[in-house]
Write a protein that binds this ligand. Structure first.
Ligand code: AMP
Length: 347
């Protein structure tokens, strides 16, 4: 597969479309939660919106990653974006750290965020529990940096999974506060976005909460997992002893299996197993086998593309370079306006 370089043609259309921004942290391996919660939406949005999709490398510094590892993982996210179908001729693909205007606006927006609300934020509280020896200021102000990622491009739509909903709500608060404080109507209030009816929440395979990079490997399906690894993980999914009466409500661990099936299986397959559940004849082994096969089939083209593109590092870096230039140009205008609005002296 070949990529032509970005912006080889002027793209007047992108100037008039609504702006969408989102990113993924280059930590751990990309799992199907990242795909269905985020990347799939980015791909669906790229025609309709002026998309800015980035690798959130500053965000990942909160966990103090090894430098070489961070660089590799950052390239890997960009590669996965391309493998999933993002087209650098339609949207900007860039590294967050390639946009120096972001840290400056982050500093200004830290003045809009109060300690109490940051401390009450659910992800922060979870991280405090998970990593009590590394509760750094970056972790606390993560929602401010995320706000800036969005608003520096003046974006309205933020394609994210359900787990990020609270952060986007906070972004709306910070933006409203800024606009009110300075008596301007400068930043649009961003909103979380998904093409599905609700924001997506991909469950962990052990039935405990969401699929997450910080959870054990056997609880996640990674985009790069080989078919047999996927099959093994799916067959280990936790189930129960089966429905006790017809048309019973499904317990969460069973609903999780159905939720995953809805993501990758044809509608008739989901309907078939729903009927089996309702008449109490369901065999979880069969269902998980079917789900595993559908998952393998669904992800095969992405896995193939990842392998194919891995050999193309030079063009990958060029794409990121071009995307960075576009993101910087847009950000520079926003920052110039904000410096003016807040009264920083021009010299
Ligand atoms: P992160 O890996 O935390 O940087 O998340 C990147 C994107 O993936 C965000 O938009 C998240 O909302 C989304 N995401 C991560 N895990 C899940 C999940 N289990 N279900 C749905 N979306 C998810």
């Amino acid at each position: 597969m070949k990529f032509t370089r970005l912006f080889s043609r002027a793209n007047i259309e992108t100037m008039t479309k609504e702006i969408a921004v989102s990113g993924i942290r280059p930590t751990g391996k990309q799992h199907i939660g990242n795909y269905f919660g985020a990347t799939r939406n980015f791909v669906q949005m790229q025609d309709m919106f002026n998309g800015y999709f980035f690798v959130a490398d500053y965000h990942s510094l909160t966990t103090h990653p090894d430098a070489k590892d961070l660089r590799e993982k950052s390239k890997n996210i960009a590669l996965i974006y391309l493998a999933c179908g993002l087209d650098p001729n339609k949207c900007a693909l860039y590294l967050q750290s390639d946009v120096p205007q972001i840290p400056e606006l982050y500093l200004i927006f830290n003045m809009m965020a109060y300690l109490g609300e940051l401390e009450r934020e659910a992800t922060f509280k979870e991280k405090v529990r998970e990593q009590p020896n590394n509760v750094n200021a970056g972790l606390l102000t993560y929602p401010v940096l995320m706000t800036v990622d969005i608003i520096i491009q003046k974006a309205k739509k933020v394609p994210v999974g359900k787990d990020q909903q609270q952060h986007v709500e906070m972004s709306r608060d910070f933006v409203r506060r800024f606009n009110n404080l300075y008596g301007v109507d400068y930043f649009p209030e961003p909103e979380a976005f998904s093409f599905s009816q609700a924001l997506v929440n991909v469950p962990s395979l052990d039935g405990e909460g969401k699929m997450s990079k910080s959870k054990p490997e056997h609880t996640c399906i990674y985009l790069e997992d080989e078919a047999d690894v996927m099959r093994k993980k799916m067959m280990r999914m936790v189930t129960d002893s089966g429905p006790k009466e017809p048309n019973a409500a499904k317990p969460l661990i069973i609903q999780n299996v159905f939720d995953l099936m809805e993501l990758v299986s044809p509608a008739e397959t989901v309907q078939y197993y729903n009927e089996k559940w309702n008449d109490c004849s369901i065999r979880y082994g069969d269902m998980k086998k079917q789900l595993a096969e559908d998952m393998v089939t669904f992800l095969a083209p992405i896995r193939e593309k990842i392998k194919e593109l891995s050999a193309n590092e030079k063009i990958l870096l060029e794409i990121l370079g071009d995307g960075g230039a576009k993101a910087r140009a847009n950000s520079a205008q926003t920052l110039k306006d904000v410096r003016e609005i807040v009264g920083l002296q021009k010299v």
